[in-house]
Design a protein around this ligand. Structure first.
Ligand code: ITT
Length: 195
């Protein structure tokens, strides 16, 4: 079965391909020209559905199975920020590095060196017959400093619960087991089996 990924984020593409070896996972940019998708909803779920629907429509192929991932990090000491704004925390078009830097600075400005935090992933599936969404979470601690360069995005400043190293330092296999994305994909596969 072929799954078309409605994402332009290379870190997500790599992880979803690794987590779904039983499927042929293809980023939509390999099939049609990339286009801007306005993610203007107020929840991860609705933003994931917006992306999956937009790519399903643009592919114009009723046999497509489209998967989208909307995700982000929520830091308790910042009242849950950046949350759904994780990709644009340092402004529209900001790089992962700029977003990471601002988040670490804001944790410092809040007067702490670390805070409880969690990642959320909403995965949406759109086919000709169904629209569904599932969620996964990973809890841990957000630091005001970056350590290691593994993973992507905010991973160098995030220590998963039960560990003392960041996702930037830990082996990739550990993130694969624990992550918000792997938990959501586990649930998504249950839906894919019913198609
Ligand atoms: P698409 O919308 O094209 O999928 P995007 O990067 O804009 O790509 P989102 O709107 O879902 O995706 O934003 C997710 C943000 O959260 C982005 O800044 C990521 O770097 C970050 N993020 C999500 N999952 C992450 C993970 O597993 N590790 C580190 N950072 C993550």
């Amino acid at each position: 079965m072929k799954l078309v990924l409605a994402t332009s984020n290379k870190g997500k593409v790599r992880e979803i391909q690794e987590l779904c070896p039983e499927y042929k996972v293809v980023p939509y940019s390999e099939l049609i020209e990339e286009f801007e998708i306005i993610e203007d909803a107020q929840t991860f779920k609705e933003n994931a559905l917006i992306k999956a629907r937009a790519v399903y429509k643009a592919l114009d192929d009723a046999s497509s199975i489209v998967i989208a991932d909307d995700s982000g990090i929520s830091v308790d000491v910042l009242d849950g920020a950046p949350g759904i704004y994780s990709a644009r925390y340092a402004g529209e078009g900001a790089s992962d590095k700029e977003n990471l830097q601002i988040l670490m600075e804001n944790i410092k400005k809040a007067g702490v060196s670390h805070s409880p935090a969690h990642y959320t992933a909403a995965i949406a599936i759109v086919t000709k017959d169904i629209e569904r969404s599932v969620h996964g979470w990973m809890y841990g601690t957000a630091l005001s400093e970056a350590r290691g360069d593994g993973g992507f995005g905010y991973d160098p400043m995030f220590i998963p619960l039960g560990y003392s190293k960041t996702l930037g330092e830990l082996d990739n296999e550990i993130k694969k087991k624990l992550s918000h994305r792997s938990k959501a994909l586990y649930l998504m596969k249950k839906i894919l089996k019913t198609l």
